[in-house]
Design a binder for this molecule. Structure first.
Ligand SMILES: [Cu+2]
Length: 155
């Protein structure tokens, strides 16, 4: 009666990963982007698509890496033990949050256009220590072959 628990763990892990991929795919495909302009859906203060940015020592983790042109509200959380801030720079625009002490969070509303942006921490030297990530907005199809136009998907 020795049930190999490790196997169950592995299976769960795989299932979880597959689910995450499915959810991500659904989120990307189902977001038409044009359906919420006419309906007043309660967000009246100009807030856009919500994105979470975790600022740790020394890494930036975004809740999404897919961006379309539009307005985004980044919620920056400092989960590290140093002061951090969030800066989003590109397409001639520069947006910087206030500097956050450990445990603090803030929001930063940014309008993104098609193009490349650099997301980084402007606090001394943190960018060079790894607090930097590039995002691409648009437009152009992803090179990964991730098709959201496949017609055979019954969902
Ligand atoms: Cu930092």
């Amino acid at each position: 009666m020795t049930i190999p628990r490790i196997r169950h763990r592995v299976l769960l892990g795989v299932a979880g990963g597959g689910l995450a991929v499915l959810l991500a795919a659904c989120g990307g495909g189902g977001n038409g982007g044009s359906s919420d302009t006419s309906t007043g859906n309660g967000t009246s203060n100009g807030s856009g698509t919500k994105v979470t940015a975790e600022l740790s020592d020394f890494h930036i983790k975004l809740s999404t890496e897919k961006f379309k042109p539009g307005t985004y509200t980044f919620t920056a959380k400092n989960t590290g033990s140093h002061d951090h801030a969030l800066e989003i720079e590109g397409s001639g625009a520069e947006n910087r949050s206030k500097t956050l002490e450990p445990g603090q969070s803030t929001t930063l509303t940014v309008t993104l256009k098609s193009g490349s942006y650099e997301v980084y921490c402007p606090v001394d030297g943190h960018k060079d220590r790894g607090m930097k990530t590039d995002i691409t907005v648009g437009g152009s199809p992803a090179p990964s072959g991730n098709t959201d136009t496949s017609p055979g998907n019954g969902y």
